[in-house]
Design a protein around this ligand. Sequence first.
Ligand SMILES: Cc1cc2nc3c(=O)[nH]c(=O)nc-3n(C[C@H](O)[C@H](O)[C@H](O)COP(=O)(O)OP(=O)(O)OC[C@H]3O[C@@H](n4cnc5c(N)ncnc54)[C@H](O)[C@@H]3O)c2cc1C
Length: 637
Amino acid sequence: MSYIYEDYDVIVVGAGHAGCEAALAAARLSLNTLMFTVSVDSIALMPCNPNIGGTSKGHLVREIDALGGEMGKNIDRTYIQSKMLNVSKGPAVHSLRAQADKREYSSYMRKVLENTPKLTIKQAEVTEILAQDNRITGVKTFSGATYPCKAVVLCTGTYLNARCIYGDVVSHTGPNGLQAATHLTESLKALGIEMYRFKTGTPARIDRRSIDFSKMEEQFGDEKVVPFSFTTDPEALKKEQVSCWLTYTNEKTHEIIRANIDRSPLYSGDIKGTGARYCPSIEDKVVRFADKERHQVFIEPEGMYTNEMYIAGMSSSLPEDVQHQMYRSVPGLENANIVRNAYAIEYDCINPMQLKPSLEFKEIEGLFAGGQFNGSSGYEEAAAQGLVAGINAAMKILGREPLIIDRSEAYIGVLIDDLVTKETNEPYRMMTSRAEYRLLLRQDNADIRLTRKGYEIGLISEERYQRLKLKEDEIEKEIARLERTVVGAGKEVQKLLESHGSSPLNTASTLADLIRRPELSYEILEAIDKDRIKLDDDVIEQVNINIKYDGYIKRQLRQVEQFKKLENRKIPEDIDYIAVPSLRIEARQKLIKFKPISIGQASRISGVSPADISILLVYLTQYKVKEKMPAAGGVQS
Ligand SMILES: Cc1cc2nc3c(=O)[nH]c(=O)nc-3n(C[C@H](O)[C@H](O)[C@H](O)COP(=O)(O)OP(=O)(O)OC[C@H]3O[C@@H](n4cnc5c(N)ncnc54)[C@H](O)[C@@H]3O)c2cc1C
């Protein structure tokens, strides 16, 4: 059947964490949007860990929210435990992490999608991408139906030619036994797209009735829950939270694994896909960290609706019988009933260096991509890319400038720049160490960094934008007030300093200087700060951080200035690298292949040296001059 449907503006292939954000962004920017999935019952499915956030991932979720995305709101609605991680360290690594009720998370996201104007959802496998003269024209589905459109966003996750494996048990399905997508890869290859084969894995799920929690350390959520979304009222988050539990593997566990390592498809070579170094399976950990006596294992509830417990830290693809012994060797799991076996999944994805920083393919106009399909791993990484890809598909159709976020503005900028500029040969997982300007890119100031962009794009309401401006104003005024408010070395002040182990004042000091003392804070000085007005917690947080880290923040801002100089030095699209004298061969080849958009991006491509960059900078200056030189006798343009 070759039925042709009516035109759509944007077609999103995928309803995972990337697809949901992409489709919502395009529809909310008033474009007629169609979202495909192989199963509408798996919208925003969490096939692996039942949590959102964590170190650096929490930053991404806050940034998605600041730009007008949905993930932050959705986890605030459906969380069952929440914790701010790394609070004993500096604010740059404070990160929210929340356990989600997986089914609630999926059904709530589905409700939002199903009630978004201009958004249509369809259950069908997209088998072909249609293009003419390197420009998108539509897609075709398994039934042979054709859907014309102006832009396509590919967010196929772990489904393309998916293969699930444990021991010698292989099934050609997507996660959780869902249908795999087995046709699209060939269509993408026919369009000249370079594909990779990656792998990831998940642990078993165990029936909580078979777990002895008395042998584990109970892990509680935070009493005062901080929302992911800047639109969520913290009061609305108050609810009873569930616990997680901590236990450990031991020598017996490691022995069982070592004795059966030859039966692991990972080590027998049956798994060809490349896995994430930073998300190793338990067998990988035992082999790679042989000196470690034990590995942490967190027991996490999958949701309020089920007894299934997620065994974090023990993903595996070992055979069933080995899994049974291995899990039962862990304290508290001696009588474990495995509900779902652990398994690894292989899937096709792309080499993301084929994408521009806007996440549009360099060689196919109107084709965008986001999520695990781009070689990343994780719900948060996927959602961040889906949002940017969806926004830029819309910007393209609306004839507006694409949203390009650079490394100094957000973790989203670091994520996308690393994917499209640096060769990645394994699933890419975000980490704070990847962000050179992490003191500026904190999770607490994501709104100040990005909400203005979201407003300019059209995803942030006027009301929310005005609230942000008010917040910024309050922060600025309060910092200025504290910098000019002087307190003397009076009895009350000295008593307060002494009660917090802070050295007494010899002369008068500003309140700001007192806040700069590590043992003091804005909250502590309330008693001696007579003119103070009531401010919200998030404003106070900004006041504290901006005063305490003032010097470091200023230094990083100076580094960003240098960075921006090269980032804003654009490279003309039609530059001929062959004509650039004395560029090294390797650099010339890389620059021709990857077509960086700026000197900054070029400087991060492996194989392009600082010397090559200097040559390029000189050439660009002349390049400009040459352009201006009038043809003999002509008029200056
Ligand atoms: C077994 C397993 C273990 C994992 N382990 C980890 C881990 O340890 N750490 C971690 O960070 N992340 C892990 N992940 C990854 C995590 O699940 C993904 O990062 C995340 O789900 C990616 O989101 P996405 O939107 O890119 O894709 P997905 O959530 O995979 O969604 C893809 C969507 O595309 C649809 N689709 C695909 N192809 C087609 C087609 N041709 N036509 C129509 N619809 C199509 C699917 O129906 C689905 O809706 C794991 C995933 C799996 C499956």
